[in-house]
Design a protein. Structure first.
Length: 195
């Protein structure tokens, strides 16, 4: 509640001391909240240094299963989660970065931030890439090993049971030259993997 009040006070002060440019900033910030966020794809996938971007080779499957079922102290997995952001508004939607939390099958998978401006023209869509790096061995230490194995198998493309993903996005806007971060996260949910 205090955070929402602070944001409101900052917005009011900025409006009083700025002018027309602030109205455009507020409109583009508001438009971001009305955009539609959907899952698009996963790209640039690597697990323990193996490039799986173009699909999984049958020769990799036994090695990957051995790594996931073994006792390795580190199993790095890197990928890009691509979200489709559609702006249904009549003017541009502009964000100047964002924070995110990704939860997969009720396991907090990772958190992070993006420090780049995204300008989505009216009535168009753009891809929002989130570059993710996690250590599966660490996740297995802090959570159910079999649950993390299932999630990894779904990313790789050999999972049996679908995974439920929730991405929470908290955008930052420039209002009158001042960065303002949204007080609330916008949720994006989807399932992937499985048969």
């Amino acid at each position: 509640m205090k955070q929402k009040l602070l944001v409101l006070l900052l917005l009011c002060a900025t409006i009083l001391f700025s002018g027309c440019g602030v109205n455009n900033d507020l409109t583009s910030a508001y438009n971001v909240t009305k955009c539609e966020y959907d899952y698009k794809s996963i790209s640039n996938l690597t697990v323990s240094g193996m490039n799986l971007s173009n699909g999984i080779s049958p020769t990799y499957i036994p090695k990957l299963l051995g790594i996931l079922g073994g006792t390795a102290s580190s199993i790095p997995m890197n990928f890009t989660l691509n979200l489709d952001v559609k702006n249904p508004n009549s003017t541009a939607a502009i964000m100047n970065g964002l924070q995110y939390i990704i939860t997969v099958d009720d396991i907090q998978f990772t958190t992070g931030h993006v420090d780049q401006t995204m300008n989505i023209a009216a009535g168009t869509s753009q891809t929002l890439p989130l570059n993710i790096g996690v250590d599966l061995a660490t996740l297995m230490t802090n959570n159910s090993k079999s649950a993390v194995q299932n999630i990894a198998k779904n990313f790789i493309g050999i999972g049996d049971t679908k995974s439920n993903v929730k991405v929470q996005i908290k955008p930052t806007f420039m209002i009158g030259g001042t960065p303002i971060t949204s007080p609330a996260y916008f949720p994006v949910s989807f399932t992937f993997g499985g048969k």
